[in-house]
Design a protein around this ligand. Sequence first.
Ligand code: 5GP
Length: 151
Amino acid sequence: MINTAYPPNRSLVLIGVLRGAVYFLADLSRSITRSIEIDFISVSSYAGTQSTGKITLHQDIAIDIENKDILIVEDIVDTGRTLNALIQHFVQKKPRSIKTCTFLDKPSRREVSVPTHYSGFRIPDHFVVGYGLDYEQAYRNLPYVGTLPSI
Ligand code: 5GP
């Protein structure tokens, strides 16, 4: 779908949200057959298994995205606050279009309405780790997604 959604002569920039989206972006980008650019933004909102509701920007993108199509690549959309803040942030940089792509989606947890144009899997309200997702920076390198039973 992403392959055919954009005219081939336009610039498409995949923006991965560090650090959880690294594995997903690596796999996703290899399935895209058109020319793309890749950049990353670093934000945080979680402390342990709890969303703090406060989004902190640690490192912005380096690519100029003005007049380019951008696709924000997330590991998981939970309350929607992070994605909402990212969209507001990128709007200031005047891209041609903004779309979002998330590996996982927990719609039952949503507090802010955000567009998820491309979504891998809808999951129930469990805290998950693996395939890039962490608990206190651990478990990212698990080659599967699992839940932590006793936290
Ligand atoms: P939101 O702002 O939508 O509440 O949360 C988005 C961010 O919170 C994700 O990018 C991720 O870093 C973190 N997050 C939300 N749910 C989970 C989860 O179940 N497991 C992990 N490891 N991180 C989560």
